[in-house]
Structure formats: structure tokens, C-alpha cells
Design a protein around this ligand. Structure first.
Ligand code: MRU
Length: 338
């Protein structure tokens, strides 16, 4: 396969490398992701993360494995193992469905390579279109609040919600971005803060529990988040903590926007209750770990509840900003996603 590089994926000498998103921002290191076991391990550990990026990394690996001579049955096994690596993000399933069609072709090796490269290029274009559509909703002087990380690290392009914020910043319309640190894994505190700093977008880091008082003080003009899956009724699964922000935004009369590519829509999922939510290890809540070190603060045997995502009901969402444009609550209620 040709050499290619995005913010967090790198193919060179027919090998796949991923930028370790657990190590950022203290260390920038590329890790080998050349077997299904290695990539699934990286996905579980969130070294590769962000719904679009997970799907793209799995597709690239399949294409590379095909070039290395794996037969159709072995590739199908690899595809199904990768598909099961993250249950909530539907981009992975959507991307792998496309790869499965390529695998069914007689000349499947070039078909898989072409499809993986096409998915990368498409993702860049989807992000660009989301950013163009979404930035039109950002008024001059806006103080925006975002959760988790939805930037170039999480996609092949400029990102989703963070792409919108970046475009709006380039248009001179962003006064400040409130960055939720995003417990328990700190994607906001580590990754969004780092990306906004690199882009020169003004931001202030807050803990997740500070959003309410900021809104009460009139310091937030809009909330922008990404999505792992959008059901046909408009309910959205995203990083844990998103739902609380949506409730807070509704109470304070602040617009709450979800930015995502079409690959995040699940036409087979009628509502948020049908979205599988990944449960994660207790250690993520009893302490914290990263390139900065590892610490546990909770008692050794503390019982923990650790869902990675929550569901925001459509009724709390002001607009779904997709690559096809801004979809309104009225359009969703009329069956736009069905
Ligand atoms: O567990 P993560 O860090 O992968 O969660 C990421 C999110 O929740 C993002 O908002 C979503 O995947 C969209 S990324 C463009």
C-alpha cells in the first residue's frame, strides 16, 4: 500500500502505526499495529480512539493483511474480531461492512486496498463538510463548551465537533472554548487541550463538574459534541458525561449541537435504548494512568460503575450537524434518519 499519514495513523513500508493517544500530550510515540491482536489491544486501551478513527484503522489493517497474503477465510475472521472490539461506535461496523463487500470480490486484495484508501479520503471530506456546515452556526464572540476529543486525532480529517470549532475560530468567531477534562480517561484534559493549543484556539480547561456553574453565570453560548452512534429517532450515544451537559444546556436555554459524519448513523437502531454501551474496567475510576504515571486513590476493593458512553435523548438536541448539512429536530421527528 502507498505511504499515508493522518494525525494519528501512519502506513509506511506496508506497516500500520498508530499515534499512542494514551501517551499524549507528554509523549508523542508511534506504536506498531500490524496484527489483529495488536490493534484490538490498542482499541481496548484507547491508544486508538474516536469512533471514525477506530473504523479507519481496522480497515487499513485488513487491507495490509490482504496484501501480506491472508486468504479470504482468515481475513473474514480478522474482520469479525475487529468488528467486536468496540461495541458502541457504529462507524467501525459501517466501515467493516464496506470492507466485507470488497472482500467478496474475486480480486479482493486490490479491492480491499482501494476501499480502505477510499474510506480515509471520504472521512477527510466528511469532516470538512461538517466543519463548513457547523461553523455557520457559531456566532461572533462565541464561548463554546466541548466534551471528550473529536478532533484530527479522532478522525482522518479535521475532526467533527472540534473541526467545527477550529473553522469557526479561523472565521474569527470563537472567544473561548471550555474544555471538559472528560473523566475517567481525560480525553479532554489531555487530547482536546493539546489539539486546541496546537491550532491556536483559545481554551480553558475545566473539570466536568464545572459546566453547570459556568452556564448559570452565562459563560457558555453553545455546546458542541461528537457521537459514537445516532439512532433513527435522533438519540445519540457519546462519551459518558455528554447527557449531563445536554440536560444542563436545556435548563439554561443553551443550544446543544451534535457533529458527526453519516458513518455514525445507524439505520438499524430505532432509539438510544437499543445502543450497546461498553462497560470498562474499575481501575479507570479508582485511579488514573497515563504517560504521567499511575495512581490509585480509591480503596482496594471499591465497587465501581464505569459505562464508557451515555445516551442523549433527541429531545435535548438543537441540531445534528452532519456532512449533508444541519438536520433540525423537526426533520428528525419527521423521519430524516429512518
Ligand atoms: O472513548 P473515546 O475517547 O473513543 O470516545 C470518543 C467520543 O466519545 C467521541 O465524541 C466520538 O467517538 C466521536 S470522535 C470524532
Amino acid at each position: 500500500m502507498q505511504t499515508l499519514q493522518t494525525t494519528s495513523l501512519w502506513v509506511r513500508d506496508n506497516q500500520l502505526f498508530i499515534l499512542d493517544q494514551q501517551a499524549l500530550p507528554q509523549a508523542s510515540r508511534w506504536l506498531d499495529a500490524n496484527s489483529v491482536e495488536a490493534l484490538v489491544g490498542h482499541i481496548h486501551a484507547l491508544r486508538v480512539r474516536g469512533a471514525p478513527l477506530i473504523g479507519l484503522s481496522a480497515s487499513l489493517l485488513l487491507a495490509l493483511l490482504a496484501e501480506r497474503g491472508l486468504n479470504r477465510d482468515a481475513l473474514l475472521n480478522a474482520l469479525e474480531t475487529l468488528r467486536a472490539s468496540r461495541p458502541t461506535a457504529v462507524n467501525l461496523m459501517n466501515n467493516l461492512d464496506r470492507m466485507k463487500l470488497a472482500l467478496a470480490q474475486e480480486d479482493f486484495v486490490p479491492a480491499l486496498v482501494a476501499e480502505a484508501l477510499r474510506l480515509i479520503e471520504e472521512d477527510k471530506q466528511l469532516c470538512e463538510r461538517i466543519a463548513i456546515a457547523g461553523s455557520q452556526l457559531v456566532k461572533p464572540g462565541s464561548r463554546l463548551l466541548t466534551h471528550c476529543n473529536t478532533g484530527g486525532l479522532a478522525t482522518a480529517g479535521v475532526g467533527t465537533a472540534l473541526g467545527v470549532i477550529n473553522f469557526a475560530h479561523q472565521q474569527g468567531n470563537v472567544a473561548n472554548v471550555w474544555v471538559d477534562e472528560t473523566r475517567p480517561l481525560l480525553q479532554g484534559g489531555r487530547l482536546t487541550a493539546w489539539e486546541l493549543g496546537e491550532l491556536g484556539v483559545p481554551y480553558q480547561l475545566i473539570t466536568d463538574s464545572m459546566a453547570a456553574s459556568l452556564m448559570a453565570k452565562g459563560q457558555v453560548d453553545a455546546v458542541w459534541v461528537g457521537a459514537d452512534r445516532i439512532a433513527t429517532n435522533g438519540d445519540v450515544a457519546n462519551k459518558i458525561g455528554t447527557y449531563s451537559l445536554a440536560v444542563l444546556a436545556k435548563f439554561h436555554g443553551i443550544p446543544f449541537y451534535v457533529a458527526a459524519p453519516q458513518t455514525t448513523l445507524d439505520p438499524n437502531c430505532p432509539n438510544g435504548e437499543a445502543i450497546p454501551i461498553e462497560q470498562r474496567a474499575a481501575a479507570e475510576v479508582t485511579g488514573v494512568a497515563g504517560s504521567f504515571g499511575e495512581v490509585q486513590w480509591a480503596p482496594e476493593n471499591a465497587r465501581v460503575y464505569n459505562p464508557a458512553f451515555d445516551v442523549t435523548p433527541a429531545a435535548l438536541i438543537s441540531g445534528w450537524v452532519l456532512d449533508i448539512g444541519v438536520v433540525t429536530p423537526e426533520e428528525v421527528a419527521a423521519g430524516k434518519f429512518a
